[in-house]
Design a protein around this ligand. Sequence first.
Ligand code: ADP
Ligand code: ADP
Length: 227
Amino acid sequence: MATVTYDKATRVYPGADKPAVDQLDIQIADGEFLVLVGPSGCGKSTSLRMLAGLEDVNDGAIHIGDRDVTHLPPKDRDIAMVFQNYALYPHMTVAQNMGFALKIAGVNKADIRTKVEEAAKILDLTEFLDRKPKALSGGQRQRVAMGRAIVREPQVFLMDEPLSNLDAKLRVQTRTQIAGLQRRLGVTTVYVTHDQVEAMTMGDRVAVLKDGLLQQIDTPRHMYDKP
Ligand code: ADP
Ligand code: ADP
């Protein structure tokens, strides 16, 4: 676990006439669930991708804990990201999908098995470990994608619209599961959505972006009180 600090982090895409994210300043507490919300194009994904190391920071800095990660490659940041398209490997079982990153990292088989089994228990996936992704529902696949991230025990969890491929009912169920899971794991989480209700129900705090600028950041409770 760790704090995350955006310190006037700015991203200007090549050829753009203004920043996609303009001097973003946010301090995220250890174990906090922070939601970035706002309309399409406001800079949510860019903010998340800067934290992940997938997008250059042109000005300002980003810290994870006391480490300046601004110019570190993704693999050195101790983060795990869940994307909206789950991108599971179709030829691998659920267990193999969940253990793959650890296998690549050279973790021994017994430890991988233990971690995969623990994550499967938390995510209610134990009975599906030997199935292929195509034999799972959308919600189950989404949990496998979370499982792949969890087994790496990252300091920070990043999610970019992880529920956007699910139907409305499943989305409500899954957001409750994700919020519950995050609280149990206590891992610092940055979650991107364009859905205001999702933001308000899931976040410890909600940061509202507009045209690359931070408009407001507060707890859902206090947010309702303000215009
Ligand atoms: P959001 O996630 O809120 O939809 P983005 O961070 O994707 O917003 O985009 C913010 C702004 O940056 C938008 O104006 C978008 O068109 C622009 N943008 C995003 N990605 C790129 C890119 N790879 N190259 C150029 N402009 C981009
Ligand atoms: P490999 O291809 O490396 O011989 P497998 O393809 O059987 O091994 O599994 C890949 C990884 O997933 C292994 O590290 C294994 O520990 C884990 N794994 C496979 N099946 C299960 C399972 N049913 N429960 C927990 N972990 C499993």
